[in-house]
Design a protein around this ligand. Structure first.
Ligand code: C2E
Ligand code: CA
Ligand code: CA
Length: 551
């Protein structure tokens, strides 16, 4: 998958995942708030139910203190008993003896002619002779519960509990304004109820009540049933009201969730950017061994024979594209990734060339080092590890040190160079003439080979008699017993000139560009047949020719 696409996917993924904590916190909190509210509502209803049970119990207790009557005989004793019961138990508005069938009141504690209007059918509880009924009492203009003790088909003693004794303001304060509560008989009729609307109408009977749609939309509801009496409590509170009571906590939780989301997004953005960054892709490329050696043939221009090659790194991308070092080598060097890249390259050179070089002991291979390699001895360890017991012998290796950038510590560099030479390998000054090292540099570092930069070889043009810098570099090197290699040789005039002044080796497009391992190994084979490198390149292996022409 392409890197940009992958980064874009990561960014989108980060954005989506970043929302997760916020959504999860809200979803989780809504559930939590709901279950908490249900629990509190249940507790409040049960408190209320207990109160209703106590009130009913009290009414029933009164009956047991009264004498039983088989006839509707309203004696002064009975009236007195009713009166004292009513006074002692203020929850009872009235106690009276009446005819169940006609509703006729024979006598009551207070009013004598009290009338109840039935609002529902009577229900029987656990005890047969006790009946419960929702009634309306005209005189007091009140609804309530009529508990009656029926002791014959006709006669009953009834106790009326008005609604205001049945309901308590037992709702949690924070829900109280929006809670609805009903005390009901088990067969459905409401004994008393309260709701925001009812409370509002009580307070302002003539004002218009506008119910909040949220109050009915999503209600948290509970029902508690009495085990002793046929009564139950229905309670409800709008979810929104409860949710609002958590607003402070939610702000905090949302804040934390947003922070977490932002951290996730930040993480993915970083990852996305990292995936796009050249450093990351070079790192990945090294891991996947995408950096491979190409080999540019180096020719002995005095004999025409192949002298060896220079190893030049190429980045083979997964899509098959081959990148030249110009596009990545500076980043690799600046980040230190050039070190593992060189190690990887040397390992592959060892694998590629081992066999062919074992069969052709005069061939050399030049490997480019970076200035950082001269900071410590690790490169020596790597060279030793990779090439010990290899078909490619130390004496066939040459390590190139560029003059373009100055070496930081010449003494240390000298020591490292000496260690490389002690293994049997050669060391070359690359890009000679371009830097400021000059003669002193060469002397101090104890180089074996000097590579004249393409810049100076380019100066050898048709009609030019002498190129002083090429001449003097060559003379100086030969005076110090060094091998001279010319880089970037592109035409026969340059080749003739260099050969004439005694340059030993040359590389350049005149012979071949850097070749893939297979092509370079093919060339070595072809040379076995023709002897002359240039001739081999011109007459030899088709595939080699193809490579040469293509690049
Ligand atoms: P260099 O070490 O001076 O390598 C020679 C460069 O000149 C190579 O470029 C090569 O392909 C190019 N070249 C060779 N003959 C001709 C020619 O006739 N005409 C022209 N125009 N160019 C020619 P390349 O491979 O792009 O490498 C560029 C530079 O990158 C190298 O310059 C070297 O400094 C660095 N480099 C390449 N591979 C490595 C490596 O494995 N390690 C290190 N440390 N540096 C490397
Ligand atoms: Ca080089
Ligand atoms: Ca060079």
């Amino acid at each position: 998958m392409n890197r940009r696409l992958r980064s874009a996917i990561l960014l989108v993924l980060g954005g989506v995942l970043g929302l997760v904590p916020v959504l999860a916190a809200n979803l989780f909190m809504r559930d939590y708030v709901r279950s908490q509210a249900e629990e509190r509502l249940m507790l409040a209803s049960e408190r209320l139910l207990k109160n209703v049970e106590q009130v009913v119990q009290e009414a029933i207790d009164v009956f047991s203190t009264l004498p039983h009557y088989r006839v509707p005989d309203c004696t002064p004793d009975l009236r007195q008993a009713f009166l004292s019961a009513q006074v002692r138990h203020h929850i009872l508005h009235d106690v009276g003896l009446y005819n169940v069938n006609t509703g006729e009141m024979y006598c009551t504690a207070l009013r004598g002619a009290i009338q109840f209007r039935a609002m529902s059918k009577a229900v029987t509880g656990r005890v047969d002779h006790l009946k419960y009924q929702s009634v309306y009492e005209d005189m007091a203009n009140k609804r309530g519960l009529l508990v009656r003790w029926q002791f014959s088909d006709e006669l009953a003693i009834g106790g009326f509990i008005p609604d205001d004794h049945l309901i308590l303001n037992s709702m949690p304060v924070e829900y109280a304004s929006a809670a609805s509560v009903s005390v009901m008989l088990s067969n459905g009729p409401v004994l008393v109820e309260t709701s925001p609307e009812i409370r509002y109408r009580e307070m302002s009977p003539f004002a218009n009540f506008e119910p909040d749609p949220a109050w009915t939309k999503d209600m948290i509801k509970t029902v508690s049933r009495s085990e002793r009496y046929p009564v139950m409590i229905w309670a409800g509170v709008p979810f929104e009201t409860v949710w609002l009571t958590f607003a402070g906590a939610m702000d905090l939780i949302n804040g934390l969730a947003i922070l977490m989301g932002a951290m996730i997004i930040f993480f993915f953005v970083r990852l996305g950017m990292k995936k796009q960054s050249p450093i990351f892709s070079i790192e990945e490329g090294i891991k996947k061994r995408e950096f491979i050696p190409y080999y540019q043939p180096v020719v002995d221009i005095q004999t025409g024979r192949l002298a060896g090659c220079e190893v030049l790194v190429r980045w083979r991308k997964p899509d098959g594209a081959i990148l030249s070092p110009g596009s990545f080598i500076d980043t690799a060097e600046a980040t230190g990734l050039a070190m593992p890249m060189t190690t990887l390259l040397m390992e592959q050179v060892q694998e590629d060339l081992s066999e062919a070089y074992a069969n052709n002991p005069t061939l050399k291979a030049g490997i480019n080092l970076f200035n950082r390699h001269f900071d410590d001895l690790s490169v020596v360890g790597d060279i030793e590890r990779i090439f010990t017991n290899s078909g490619l012998r130390f004496s066939q290796l040459m390590f190139e040190v560029t003059e373009r950038q100055p070496l930081e510590n010449l003494d240390r560099a000298r020591a490292i160079i000496a260690r490389i030479q002690k293994l049997g390998a050669k060391v070359a000054l690359d890009d000679a003439g371009t830097g400021h090292g000059g003669f002193a540099y060469l002397q101090k570092l104890g180089m074996d080979v000097i590579k004249i930069d393409k810049l100076f070889v380019d100066a050898i043009e048709p009609g030019v008699e002498t190129v002083p810098i090429v001449d003097s570099l060559t003379q100086m090197a030969k005076g110090m017993d060094m091998t001279v290699v010319a880089e970037g040789v592109e035409n026969d005039e340059q080749l003739d000139y260099l050969r004439k002044i005694g340059v030993h080796h040359a590389q350049g497009y005149l012979f071949a560009p850097a070749l893939p391992a297979k092509a370079f190994l093919g060339l070595i084979d072809a040379i076995g047949m023709f002897g002359d490198t240039k001739a081999s390149l011109q007459q030899g292996d088709e595939s080699v020719m193809q490579q040469v022409v293509n690049v």
